[in-house]
Design a protein around this ligand. Structure first.
Ligand code: NAP
Ligand code: GDD
Length: 325
């Protein structure tokens, strides 16, 4: 079994690569050329995976690698994935996150329609939510150029499934986090900030909207759902979520509690971090994935916060040690 992962250098790509290796897959990762390597998350896997250069912006490069590798499964995780950047770079976000999906599907259509395809859809598509909780039938109302691009990616995947009989599925994943989460996302910003404050490296943590609510899960659990979706008899789209929602403020409260501090003494709101249009309340209904895929999350919200804070304490302590030498 051969699998190609786009976005292998990202949070999800690195966990998915680990999972597929455990399943005895031959793992190929698509990377884009950079002047310096950006492989921290997959460093430990380097001698077990194959890295191939291509870019979501370059159709021919995608056709070439899919033709050369001829994978059984393609997981399309690559995207411009940070919501605030999508207001500053809306066109580029559309090129990567929307049209990039068509480029992947078109390559599969031309080379071999038996290749299975996973698209990383997002709860951001629900945006200004039409119902609570959100499930596979909830209408979309995206609130950012990123969300709009993901809606395009979602429907083009449905369309290639229906037009060309490709086994193409979308996982509508709610927020999932880990110690490998990028530092700009709110969970990692908080756990990293709490750890730095505890270690005396920082005084304050500036955040935006503390009232926003998210359905947060653990990334390792969520990549298992991606794999399960491609092992089914029928291609279908699934919501993957914990079914619980918590505010950014609650996340901060718990994270500071892990290091024995009161978040109110350190967290301040910076109005510059408030978004032009906000997604206020996300909470998913994962019943379909639970029933059909036999999938359920294994890490609770407080456990997730603790895992991330403890990892950051360790990471920063070793870093601070290097700084002080
Ligand atoms: P991430 O950590 O930001 O990783 C994004 C990956 O995409 C990186 O490997 C990046 O490569 C790659 N990439 C970006 N532009 C590219 C291009 N033009 N060509 C090739 N590769 C490119 O994202 P993540 O959190 O792992 O999320 C994975 C996917 O799931 C994304 O599509 C995201 O939108 C979606 N999603 C995430 C969540 C979540 O909560 N994490 C929830 C729902 C959906 P570089 O290392 O070179 O930048
Ligand atoms: N990033 C960030 N930084 N967000 C903040 C901050 C801050 O300082 N303060 C408050 N927030 C709020 C945001 O306004 C948002 O409501 C919430 O925290 C979560 O923000 P992010 O962690 O940046 O994630 P996101 O929900 O916008 O997007 C993530 O999840 C999506 C799935 O719903 C990304 O991973 C997307 O790629 C993914 O599709």
């Amino acid at each position: 079994m051969k699998a190609l992962i786009t976005g292998i250098t990202g949070q999800d790509g690195s966990y998915l690569a680990e999972l597929l290796l455990q399943k005895s897959c031959d793992v190929y990762g698509m990377i884009r050329r950079a002047s310096t390597e950006n492989f921290e998350r997959i460093h430990h896997l380097r001698d077990q995976i194959h890295l191939v250069q291509a870019d979501l912006l370059d159709q021919l490069s995608i056709v070439r690698i899919i033709d050369e590798i001829h994978p059984d499964e393609v997981y399309n995780l690559a995207a411009q994935s940070f919501v605030p950047t999508s207001w500053n770079q809306p066109v580029l976000t559309g090129e990567f996150t929307a049209i990039g999906v068509t480029k992947m599907l078109e390559a599969i259509r031309q080379i071999d329609t038996n290749i299975k395809f996973y698209q990383a859809s997002s709860s951001e598509m629900f945006g200004k939510v039409k119902e609570i909780p959100q499930n596979e039938n909830t209408p979309f109302y995206p609130r950012s150029p990123y969300g709009v691009a993901k809606v395009y990616g979602h429907y083009i995947t449905v369309n290639y499934r229906e037009s060309y009989d490709i086994f193409a599925v979308s996982g509508i994943l709610f927020n999932h986090e880990s110690p490998r989460r990028g530092l700009e996302f709110v969970t990692r910003k908080i756990t990293n900030g709490a750890a730095r404050i505890k270690l005396g490296l920082q005084d304050k943590l500036f955040l935006g909207n503390l009232a926003a609510k998210r359905d947060w899960g653990y990334a390792k659990d969520y990549v298992t759902a991606m794999w399960l979706m491609l092992q089914q008899n029928e291609p279908q789209d699934y919501v993957v979520a914990s079914g619980e929602t918590h505010s950014v403020e609650e996340f901060a409260q718990l994270a500071f509690r892990v290091v024995g501090l009161n978040y109110k003494d350190y967290v301040e709101v910076d109005p510059k971090l408030i978004r032009p249009a906000e997604v206020e309340h996300l909470v998913g209904d994962p019943s379909f994935a639970k029933n059909e895929l036999d999938w359920k999350p294994s890490v609770s919200f407080p456990e997730l916060v603790k895992i991330m804070v403890e990892a950051d304490l360790k990471f920063i302590a070793s870093d601070a040690h290097i700084e002080s030498r």
